[in-house]
Write a protein that binds this ligand. Structure first.
Ligand code: SF4
Length: 454
C-alpha cells in the first residue's frame, strides 16, 4: 500500500536495508563504542565543537585578530565551557544519533541553535570581541539571513584590519561591535559597505589592497584553526578542492593538537596523512554518514591517556611514517579486502545497507576517486598549483616572531602531496592516475568552462 503524505507534503520513505539483522547488531556495537570514546562519548555531547576553543588556545591555534595571533587573552569568555555553563539550555542533535553534538541557547527569549567553534573563534578572538551574548545573537541573525558565519566573520575581520591600516575607510574597528547586526543586514541586502563585503575577503583585497592578510584559499575563507600552528591543516586548506575548507582539507588538526599532540610544526608525513584523511572523509560524506563519527577512528586508548608512553611514542613516530603511508597509498586498494573492526564501521555499514561488495579498500578508493574527480574538474576550470595557496601572513610571517618553524612550509608540502596523489608538479592528475582510478573515460565528455556556463 502506498504510504500517505507526511505533514511536510512529501511521501515518507523507508531506506531498504539489505541485511537488517546484521546491521542492527553492528549499530549496537558501534553506538557502544562511540559512547565510550572520549571525543564522541564525552567532549562532543558535553560541549559540542565549542569545547575545542580552549584546546586551540592551549596549542596556539585559535585565530585571533584576523589570524595575526594564535591565542586570545579573553578566550575563556567565548569558550565552550562558559557557553555550557551560562547559556546552553539543552543538547540537540540528529534523529537517533548517540552523540548529539548541537546546543540550544536562548536569544531574545527564543530557543535557537547555538554557535559552533568556528563562530565562537572567528566572531570572538577573530575580531577581538569577548561578548558571548553578542555572538549568540549574530549566529542566529546570520542563520536567518542564510549567511555562512565563517566567511562573514572572516571578511569582517579583513575589513577591520584594512581600516586599521588605512587602506579602506569603512568605519569598522577591532573590538568595537555595536553595529555588527546592521553590517549583516547590509551584506544581505547589499547596502553601503555591505555591497563590497558581500563579495568576500579576496574580492575586497583586490579592490582595496591587503592581499597578504586576506585569509582565504581559492576565494573561500578559512575556518578558525590558525594553520601556522597546525601545518598539516595549512596544506589541507590550500589544496582543498572547494577552497579553504578544513573538512575537505583533511582536518589534520585533529591529530595536530585537538585530540593528539603530533608535532604541529613538523611538516614530515603530513602530506601523506592529509591525502588519506581527505579520501576517508570524502568516502564518509558521499555515503551520507556524519563526519563526526570519524573522530572515533583514533583509538580511545591513546586519546584517553595522553601522558602514557605509548601515546607519546605514537605522536613522535607519526611524522616519520609518511613513507609507509605513501607505499600503502600506492598499493592497489583491492588488496585491502577487509573491514577495520571497532574503530571504523562505516564501510561495513554501507555494505550491509546496500548489499554492495564494499570493503575498507573499496571505500577508500571511492573517496579517492571522488577527490580526484573534483580536482580533475577544477583543472578544467584552470585551477593549478598557483591556486593551492595561502596568504603571505601564514606562509611568510612566523606566528611567534623569530621562530621560523611557526609558519606553513606550503610549497615543500605541496610537492610531497602532489607526488603522493599522482598529480603533476603543477597539481594536475596525470593520465596514469586517472586510468588507475577509472576516471580516464570521463575525458570523452569534453565539457569546457564556457559550455558549462551556458
Ligand atoms: S549525526 Fe553528526 S551532526 Fe548530527 S547530532 Fe550526531 S554528531 Fe552531530
Amino acid at each position: 500500500m502506498e504510504k500517505p503524505e507526511s505533514n511536510y507534503g512529501f511521501r515518507e520513505q523507508t531506506v531498504p536495508v539489505k541485511e537488517k539483522e546484521k546491521l542492527d547488531k553492528l549499530n549496537r556495537k558501534w553506538f557502544k563504542y562511540l559512547k565510550s570514546h572520549p571525543l564522541t562519548g564525552d567532549q562532543l555531547p558535553r560541549l559540542g565543537t565549542a569545547g575545542l576553543v580552549s584546546t586551540m588556545q592551549m596549542r596556539g591555534q585559535l585565530s585571533t585578530k584576523n589570524y595575526k595571533y594564535g591565542t586570545y587573552e579573553d578566550y575563556e569568555k567565548v569558550s565552550g565551557e562558559y557557553l555550557a555553563e551560562e547559556y546552553n539550555i539543552v543538547n540537540k542533535g540528529c534523529l537517533s544519533c548517540p552523540i548529539k553534538c548541537a546546543r540550544t541557547v536562548m536569544v531574545d527569549g527564543k530557543p535557537v541553535k547555538g554557535p559552533e567553534l568556528e563562530t565562537l573563534g572567528l566572531l570572538g578572538g577573530g575580531i577581538l570581541n569577548n561578548n558571548l551574548e553578542a555572538i549568540l545573537k549574530w549566529n542566529y541573525e546570520l542563520d536567518e539571513l542564510g549567511m555562512d558565519t565563517i566567511s562573514s566573520a572572516s571578511t569582517l575581520a579583513f575589513a577591520m584590519e584594512a581600516h586599521e591600516k588605512g587602506l579602506w575607510d569603512n568605519g569598522l574597528t577591532f573590538g568595537s561591535t555595536e553595529e555588527i547586526s546592521k553590517v549583516w543586514d547590509d551584506i544581505a541586502y547589499r547596502k553601503g559597505i555591505g555591497d563590497d563585503l558581500a563579495n568576500g575577503s579576496r574580492w575586497c583585497s583586490e579592490k582595496y589592497g591587503g592581499k597578504e592578510f586576506a585569509v582565504h584559499s581559492k576565494g573561500l575563507e578559512l575556518a578558525a584553526y590558525e594553520p601556522r600552528r597546525t601545518v598539516g591543516l595549512g596544506l589541507g586548506y590550500a589544496v582543498s578542492n572547494r577552497g579553504g575548507c578544513h573538512l575537505n582539507g583533511g582536518y589534520m588538526v585533529l591529530v595536530e593538537g585537538l585530540s593528539l599532540a603530533v608535532d604541529q610544526q613538523n611538516p614530515h608525513g603530513k602530506a601523506d596523512f592529509t591525502m588519506i584523511f581527505q579520501d576517508l572523509m570524502e568516502g564518509v560524506s558521499s555515503c551520507g554518514q556524519c563526519l563526526f563519527t570519524t573522530y572515533a577512528f583514533l583509538p580511545s586508548l591513546i586519546i584517553s591517556h595522553p601522558q602514557s608512553w605509548y601515546t607519546k611514542a605514537f605522536c613522535k613516530i607519526v611524522p616519520y611514517i609518511g613513507f609507509v603511508l605513501r607505499i600503502i597509498n600506492k598499493l592497489p586498494t583491492g588488496i585491502m579486502h577487509f573491514h577495520i573492526p571497532v574503530i571504523f564501521n562505516q564501510s561495513k555499514a554501507l555494505k550491509l545497507i546496500t548489499g554492495m561488495p564494499v570493503t575498507f579498500g573499496s571505500f577508500i578508493k571511492a573517496g579517492r576517486r571522488g577527490y580526484t574527480l573534483e580536482r580533475h574538474i577544477n583543472t578544467r576550470f584552470g585551477i593549478r598549483r598557483k591556486d593551492d595557496s595561502l596568504p603571505k601572513r601564514l606562509t611568510d610571517d612566523p606566528q611567534i616572531p623569530g621562530n621560523e618553524k611557526t609558519k606553513v612550509p606550503l610549497e615543500w608540502m605541496k610537492n610531497v602531496y602532489y607526488s603522493a596523489r599522482g598529480w603533476s608538479r603543477d597539481g594536475v592528475p596525470t593520465p596514469k592516475t586517472l586510468r588507475r582510478l577509472n576516471l580516464d573515460k570521463l575525458d570523452s565528455y569534453k565539457v569546457t568552462c564556457e559550455e558549462f556556463k551556458k
